[in-house]
Design a protein around this ligand. Structure first.
Ligand SMILES: Cc1cc2nc3c(=O)[nH]c(=O)nc-3n(C[C@H](O)[C@H](O)[C@H](O)COP(=O)(O)OP(=O)(O)OC[C@H]3O[C@@H](n4cnc5c(N)ncnc54)[C@H](O)[C@@H]3O)c2cc1C
Length: 682
């Protein structure tokens, strides 16, 4: 005899109709406490609906999720063959919670579950319509136990959290600035400013609040290991009108992988890498790598090394290659040779906002294929895997050196040395070289330059040194002496491991903006003078400059007709500028410094590069006219496709395509955290 229960959608009902309260625990121990069926009702005043969820039918869903072959070229990973079908949904009595959305391109449903007209705001914790613990438990059961209730990463530091643990707190504190700590957490991201710093490790220099709340963290995450779980999560979020976010590693400069009151799809566990020596699909033949969307850059480089090939990836070891990196365009030490990361894509597998799982390639969903390569993450669906072209293994030569102001090198001479470098930007990138460097202000009128490294892809030292020597001669003629460190490596992986410094994240004491300077800014002497004056102004005022001498090389071997910001195709100088403040600065101080970054320093950079752009994955959270800056002339088409594939706005991220229609409530001007409720603008 099944035990029947009844609850309102937003709360467990222990009264009314003589029903028995559900005693389901928080996610983690659901199966024993789950009732065989229950009913949940929208609040009074709205039409009553009944959604029965039987444990037996939930089990049936999991059974009907039979493995079936999905993508054919290349074939899917085994977990990509575990998909949700209409038959599986129909076999339950709870179809409303997990049903697919309308086919793309058809009108969006104007109602959510229960026939309720779609509200202006996403449902938020504490709202009457927020699912009860029991409903979350049912979701967890349906997901096969993959749902995680958020515990902030630094909760072990707070005695009012059950997870309080001094030793664990010490571990979190010690490792807070390491990317990997945040990569391995379901909800944490690397820029705590946008989370609201509501739960920093205790005694961290950036701690300004002494309490620990969820802040901008998602409420729940799904640690996905198969496609069906992503489909179920998307369908559930759409039906219940809950904000959805996608978290991979949490590297995005604007913390686009988090949001208060959201259900997060956490892709970290999708780690498969398949080497395909003779990929022959989508008009391409040759070696390729298929990457699960949780794979990090260094893991890809290692796999490529094992198969004696080279793959285009970023400079940071832990960035998610098939997640935000490719979605944003993806710059690489290889870019001056073969183009952007997004240019290398042969096909992508993706769960669409309507819950359907499809392959996007030149021949399948070609409009989506165009948009997914540069149009930004968290916009058109959840990418599950990406297949990218692989190149033969190449030698890489590198050069590292530093110089700075000194009794022999005045500030003017220092800047003349920097300008001398910029005169070679076009020459170096034209033959495939790339430079990654840093300039910091180390005191009034004192500056420091570090080359980390200058990189010659597909060059031996014998080829690389003569290319670079004229620049070193210029430095010597200016009286700037350096101690060059030359190296030659047999592969990208070895050069990458041997040269790029580890990166620090997790600080709330700075934030960044970026500019893609067109090559003419360094070729034309007048423009170069203006550009260098604007750059020097910002660094003299305290800005920290991370520079790249890079181009997105044209490459007829790949499909470069994609949505990568056209500004990338014009650039030879990609400059990131950070403003800093004391670690314990108040929001007022941060707002003031933040304002200087956007409206003074960067305004001057924009003024000397009218019509150029910025890199959306490493951009200013307050970028003015961000549609033009981050997406350029592609924006109208990207927006049209957003409306086609995601008409109800299931996917949202700050400055993502279509995000102008939405706002996160309760923001301090100029300090946009993810801590509030997401609402459609009136
Ligand atoms: C230290 C550091 C170094 C960096 N180095 C480089 C570099 O060398 N080259 C470069 O181009 N960029 C670099 N970046 C920027 C980086 O590429 C972007 O932040 C990128 O968006 C990270 O993607 P992710 O998936 O790892 O991170 P996340 O922050 O988890 O995701 C970024 C965005 O993509 C979305 N997303 C993630 N996975 C998916 C998915 N499977 N489907 C749909 N949407 C998804 C998220 O929702 C979010 O909006 C660096 C950033 C940092 C902090």
């Amino acid at each position: 005899m099944p035990l029947c229960c009844r609850l309102c959608f937003g709360w467990d009902s222990s009264g009314g109709g003589g029903t028995t309260p559900i005693k389901a625990d928080i996610v983690g121990s659901v199966s024993s406490s789950l009732p065989n069926s229950f009913t949940h009702n929208p609040l009074s005043g709205l039409n009553m609906v009944t959604v029965n969820l039987r444990a037996t039918t939930v089990a049936a869903v999991l059974t009907v999720l039979a493995d079936q072959t999905t993508a054919t070229c290349p074939s899917g990973f085994s977990w990509e063959n575990n998909v949700l079908t209409k038959a599986a949904i129909n076999s339950t009595t709870n179809a409303e919670l997990f049903d697919f959305g309308p086919v793309e391109g058809t009108p969006a449903s104007s109602t959510i579950i229960g026939g309720i007209p779609r509200p202006r705001c996403k449902t938020f914790p504490g709202d009457p319509l927020w699912p009860s613990n029991s409903v979350w438990n049912l979701l967890n059961l349906t997901l096969g136990g993959a749902l995680i209730k958020t515990v902030p990463l630094a909760a072990p530091c707070y005695s009012d959290w059950p997870q309080y643990d001094a030793a664990q707190c010490e571990y979190v504190k010690t490792n807070w600035n390491r990317p990997q700590l945040h990569v391995e957490d379901p909800t944490s991201a690397m820029f705590p400013l946008w989370q609201g710093q509501t739960c920093m490790p205790l005694d961290h220099p950036s701690q300004i609040y002494d309490n620990c709340t969820l802040g901008g963290y998602a409420s729940y995450s799904v640690a996905v290991t198969k496609v069906s779980q992503i489909q179920l999560a998307l369908n559930f979020a759409r039906a219940t009108n809950i904000r959805l976010v996608v978290k991979n590693t949490g590297h995005d400069f604007a913390d686009k992988s988090m949001g208060a009151g959201s259900l997060s799809v956490w892709t970290h566990k999708l780690k498969d890498i398949q080497y395909i020596p003779d990929y022959t699909c989508n008009g391409h033949s040759g070696p390729a790598l298929k990457l699960g969307s949780g794979v990090e850059t260094e893991e890809v480089y290692q796999a490529a090394e094992a198969h004696n090939v080279t793959v285009v990836g970023g400079e940071c070891r832990t960035v998610g290659m098939a997640g935000g990196y490719i979605a944003g365009g993806g710059h690489s030490p290889m870019s001056s040779l073969v183009g952007m990361g997004a240019d290398q894509v042969l096909s992508l597998d993706i769960v669409l906002p309507n819950g359907r799982f499809v392959t996007a390639s030149q021949s399948s969903y070609p409009d989506l294929f165009w948009a997914l390569r540069g149009g930004g993450g968290s916009t058109y669906g959840v990418v599950t895997s990406v297949t990218v072209k692989a190149y033969p293994q190449i030698p890489v030569s590198t050069l590292g050196f530093v110089f700075g102001t000194s009794p022999n090198v005045t500030a003017d001479t220092f800047w003349a040395g920097v300008e001398a470098y910029t005169t070679y930007f076009d020459t170096f990138t034209a033959v495939g070289a790339y430079g990654y460097w840093l300039i910091v202000n180390i005191g009034p009128g004192q500056f420091f330059f570090s080359m980390n490294p200058l990189w010659g892809g597909n060059m031996t030292l014998v080829q690389f040194q003569p290319l670079i020597q004229p620049f070193l001669d210029d430095l010597a003629n200016l009286g700037i002496s350096i101690d060059p460190v030359w190296n030659e490596y047999p592969s990208l992986y070895q050069a990458h491991s041997g040269t790029f410094p580890p990166e620090n994240v997790g600080g709330a004491d700075n934030r960044a903006a970026s500019r893609l300077f067109p090559k003419d800014n360094f070729i034309n002497p007048t423009k170069r003078n203006e550009t260098m004056a604007a750059v020097r102004y910002a660094v003299e005022a305290g800005g920290i400059l991370i520079g790249y001498n890079i181009r997105a090389a044209p490459n007829s071997a790949v499909n470069q007709t994609n949505s990568v910001n056209p500004a990338w195709r014009e650039t030879t100088g990609f400059f990131i500028l950070a403003a800093a403040w004391p670690a314990d600065a108040s929001p007022t101080v941060i707002q003031a410094q933040s304002n200087i970054l956007t409206n003074d320093w960067m305004a001057r950079w924009r003024q000397v590069s009218p019509g150029a752009g910025s890199y959306l994955s490493e951009g200013d959270i307050n970028e003015p006219n961000w549609q033009q800056s981050f997406y350029g002339s592609h924006y109208p088409r990207l927006l049209q496709l957003k409306k086609k594939y995601d008409p109800t706005g299931l996917f949202y991220a700050h400055t993502a395509v279509g995000s102008e229609d939405w706002e996160v409530e309760g923001q301090l001007p100029g300090l946009p955290t993810q801590n509030g409720r997401l609402c459609k603008k009136p």
